[in-house]
Design a protein around this ligand. Structure first.
Ligand code: NAP
Length: 373
C-alpha cells in the first residue's frame, strides 16, 4: 500500500517520540459499530498495523461487547479509544472523528427475520446514522475518505431480479429496486442508506466515498455476541432443522476476514472508488451441508436432499420468512461479478467452503451448536 497515499489521507507516520513502542504509527482512524462481527475483524487488522483506532460503540462500559477489542489492543502495536455513539444521535460521531483521516462506517442494524417495525428498527437508524456520520465527516477537516459498509442487498432485492439482468450476473451497476419497508426491509434499509451516502458525497468535496457490498459474511467471530444471519443458518443446519430436506436457496458467501481486508484496501488504495461487490462464490444450502458433512461427519443431521419449492414455501413463515420473500428467491441462481474487487482492490478470496467450515467449527467450540451424542 503506497505510503504517499497514506500521507494524503492524513495517515503519515507520527513525529519521532510519539510512538514509544517503536511501531509504525499513523493518524487516527474511526470505525463505527466497532464491536460488530465485521468491524471487530477490521479493528483487529488496523490495530495490528499500528493505527490509533477511534472506535464507536453504543455502550463502551459494557465489557461483554467491548472486552474482546480491548484484549486485541493490548497485544497490538496500535491503540484503541472507545467512544459512545448511537446512530440516532446527530452529535454522536463528532468527538470520535476529530483528527481522523479515514472513517469506516460499518454500524447499521442487521435484522433479517421477524422485524417488528421496519421504519423504526431498520430504515430510520440506517439512514439517520449514515446522515449523521457523513455530516460529521463534512464538519471534520481532517477526514479525506469514508469507507461505507453497504451490502449486496443494495445491489439486488430478490434472486428473481436476475430475470431482468443481462448475463444473469449482478454487478456494481445494479441497484436494488424491488425492496421496500414491507418487502425485504433490511435490504431496503441498506439500499436507501447507500443511495443517501452517494448523494451526500456528491454535494461536498472534503472527502471521497468508497462503498463495499459484501455478500453473506461467514467465518469465525471475534466476539460471542454476534447475531449475524450466518450464525442462524449454521445453527439451522447443525441442529437438524433441515434434516428432512433444505430449501433450494443460494447464498453469495464471503469470509469475514476477507471483508476486513477489503475495508483496509478500500481505505488505503488510491485507485479505489465507487462500489465493490465482495463475494467469493455462491453456494446452495445443500452444497453447504455437503461441505459440513465432509468436514464434520455424517453423525450430524445435515440435510442430504432439497425439499420441493412448494413445501419450502409452506414452511418459510415458521422461520420468520414471509412467503413473498420465499417465492421470489426459491430456485433462482444467485450470481455476482466480483471482478472490480479483484482487479481494483486486489482481493484474493478464500474458498467459501473454508469460511463455512471455520464458522461451524467455532459455533461447536462455543457450544452454540451441539455435537451429536
Ligand atoms: P453486527 O455484528 O450486528 O454489527 C452491527 C453493528 O451496528 C453493531 O456494532 C451494532 O451495535 C451497530 N448498531 C446497530 N444499531 C445501532 C445504533 N442504533 N447505534 C449505533 N450502533 C448500532 O453485524 P455485522 O455483520 O458485523 O454488520 C456490519 C455491517 O456489515 C452492517 O452495515 C451490515 O449491514 C453489513 N453487512 C453484513 C453482512 C453479513 O452477512 N453479516 C453482509 C453484508 C453487509 P450493537 O452491538 O450495540 O448492537
Amino acid at each position: 500500500m503506497p505510503e504517499d497515499h497514506e500521507g494524503r489521507l492524513g495517515l503519515s507516520p507520527a513525529p519521532a517520540g510519539e510512538n514509544p513502542a517503536g511501531a509504525h504509527s499513523r493518524g487516527p482512524v474511526l470505525v463505527t459499530g466497532a464491536n460488530g462481527y465485521v468491524a471487530s475483524w477490521l479493528v483487529r487488522r488496523l490495530l495490528e498495523r499500528g493505527f490509533p483506532v477511534h472506535a464507536t460503540v453504543r455502550d463502551p462500559g459494557d465489557p461483554a461487547r467491548t472486552e474482546h477489542l480491548r484484549a486485541i489492543a493490548r497485544d497490538s502495536p496500535g491503540t484503541l479509544s472507545l467512544f459512545p455513539a448511537d446512530l440516532l444521535d446527530p452529535a454522536g460521531f463528532g468527538p470520535a472523528m476529530a483528527g481522523c483521516g479515514l472513517v469506516f462506517h460499518t454500524a447499521s442494524p442487521l435484522i433479517v427475520r421477524g422485524v417488528e417495525d421496519a421504519l423504526r428498527d431498520l430504515v430510520e437508524p440506517a439512514t439517520a446514522g449514515t446522515r449523521h456520520v457523513l455530516e460529521a465527516a463534512s464538519r471534520t477537516p481532517s477526514v479525506r475518505r469514508v469507507v461505507l459498509t453497504s451490502s449486496i442487498v443494495a445491489v439486488y432485492g430478490d434472486a428473481q431480479d436476475i430475470e431482468h439482468v443481462e448475463g444473469e450476473r449482478f454487478d456494481e451497476t445494479h441497484w436494488n429496486t424491488t425492496s421496500s419497508a414491507r418487502h425485504q426491509p433490511y435490504s431496503y434499509s441498506k439500499t436507501v442508506a447507500e443511495r443517501l451516502a452517494w448523494e451526500m458525497a456528491r454535494r461536498q468535496s472534503g472527502w471521497e466515498l468508497v462503498a463495499l457490498n459484501p455478500g453473506l459474511v461467514l467465518g469465525p467471530a471475534l466476539s460471542l455476541h454476534t447475531k449475524a444471519e450466518g450464525v442462524l443458518m449454521m445453527r439451522d443446519l447443525g441442529s437438524g432443522y433441515y434434516r428432512f430436506g433444505a430449501p433450494d436457496l443460494e447464498f453469495a458467501v464471503v469470509d469475514v476476514r476477507d471483508v476486513a481486508e477489503a475495508h483496509l484496501r478500500a481505505a488505503l488504495n488510491p485507485d479505489a472508488s465507487g462500489r465493490h461487490i465482495l463475494v467469493s462464490e455462491s453456494l446452495g444450502l445443500i452444497r453447504i451441508a455437503q461441505i459440513l458433512r465432509e468436514r464434520f461427519g455424517s453423525a450430524y443431521p445435515f440435510p442430504t436432499r432439497t425439499v420441493s419449492n412448494s413445501a419450502a414455501l409452506m414452511l418459510a413463515p415458521t422461520r420468520g420468512i414471509p412467503q413473498a420473500v420465499a417465492r421470489r428467491n426459491l430456485g433462482y441462481p444467485l450470481r455476482f461479478d466480483n471482478g472490480r474487487s479483484r482487479n481494483v482492490l486486489g482481493m484474493v478470496y478464500r474458498p467459501a467452503g473454508e469460511s463455512v467450515a471455520d464458522h461451524f467449527r467455532q459455533l461447536l467450540d462455543d457450544g452454540l451448536v451441539k455435537a451429536p451424542a
